[in-house]
Design a protein around this ligand. Structure first.
Ligand code: FPP
Ligand code: MG
Length: 329
């Protein structure tokens, strides 16, 4: 029986061997005769992330009783794309920490980091061409362009205080939820899903991804820096307009809204300004609103997966949707 409050190790239990093989695969596929690629890849893959995307791909394939071996390789490709996107994202966001350590650009500088991100990304696409599933190449290239589209839209909306909730949803759908959906879709393709099953799993992944990113944005306001292993209040300092701020700017008392606008328009925010913004947002109920929205997406994800026959893998997918909602890291 899994614990009431799901943790990742509990819900990964019955795919533990497979996830260990993904780790080996990541190390093997990223090994290189080039000393810089080898060194940075070791740095990247020696410390495990949450591996949610590989787990999703594996669980979706197994939900459909997939019995082959290609899910390990495909899971590694998805994690390569995720890792590449984080290397680039940390440069764009000026984030100096990731997973409790220096981000790649802090240690190696932006020039090398851009190239390393490009390398991992193109390596993933190249390797996918070697698989027996031509449809997977299309899924990986489509998701990559969607992520870049989302990241660019987010960047161009930075500092725009008139950003609306649908703009925000579009950004997080593209930059984050699309990769969750792609992981589920590849699992579905491996498991020879019917078009309806594939649609349900893609939709499940999308709702899970939306939950994940909303909680990520919530944790940026109220998370613990050490537990998260990355900076907090960083969206504010980079002018990123996420849901708590959008809500407070839309629904706050007029005086608070004016104050928020004035604080956000400052070029460089002081610690005190960020604290004041946080207090206004807390007082306004914007954090609760964001959590409730995320909960709605998590419930939708669980509803979608409940349409599959009962199994341990279905249970794990359902718990994963709960985990991404209540996580603190
Ligand atoms: C993290 O968001 C960033 C993403 C989910 C996507 C980043 C995508 C790109 C940089 C496009 C390039 C893509 C490829 C395939 C190379 P966040 O900044 O809100 O989360 P964080 O707090 O973890 O940094
Ligand atoms: Mg970031």
């Amino acid at each position: 029986m899994l614990a009431e409050r799901p943790d990742l190790s509990g819900l990964y239990n019955h795919i533990r061997d497979e996830l260990d093989r993904v780790e080996e695969s990541l190390k093997m596929l990223s090994s290189s005769a080039n000393p810089l690629i080898a060194e940075i890849s070791r740095y990247l893959f020696q410390k495990k992330g949450k591996r949610i995307r590989p787990a999703l791909l594996i669980l979706c394939s197994k939900l459909l009783r997939y019995r082959g071996d290609d899910h390990i390789f495909m899971a590694a490709l998805i994690e390569f794309i995720h890792t590449a996107s984080l290397i680039h994202d940390d440069i764009i966001d000026n984030a100096d920490r990731r997973r409790g350590r220096d981000s790649v650009h802090t240690r190696w500088g932006p020039n090398i980091s851009v190239l390393l991100g490009d390398y991992l990304y193109i390596k993933s696409i190249g390797l996918s061409l070697e698989s027996d599933y031509p449809g997977v190449v299309r899924i990986l290239t489509d998701v990559s362009s969607r992520m870049i589209d989302g990241e660019l839209t987010e960047y161009s909306l930075s500092g725009h205080l008139d950003t609306a909730e649908p703009d925000y949803l579009e950004v997080i759908n593209k930059k984050t939820a699309s990769l969750f959906a792609a992981a589920c879709q590849i699992g579905a393709v491996l498991g020879e899903a019917t078009p309806e099953q594939e649609r349900l799993l893609v939709d499940y992944g999308r709702n899970l991804g939306l939950t994940f990113q909303m909680i990520d944005d919530l944790l940026d306001f109220q998370g613990d820096e050490d537990e998260l292993g990355k900076p907090v209040l960083s969206d504010l300092s980079e002018g990123r307009i996420t849901l708590p701020l959008i809500y407070a700017l839309r629904t706050g008392r007029p005086a608070n809204r004016r104050r928020l606008q004035a604080l956000m328009r400052k070029k460089a925010q002081s610690r005190e300004s960020r604290k004041e913004i946080l207090e206004i947002i807390r007082g306004n109920g914007a954090l609760d609103y964001t959590y409730r929205k995320a909960e709605g997406f998590s419930l939708r994800a669980r509803g979608l997966v409940s349409l599959f026959p009962d199994s341990a893998h279905r249970e794990a997918l359902s718990l994963l949707a709960e985990f991404v909602l209540i996580r603190s890291r």
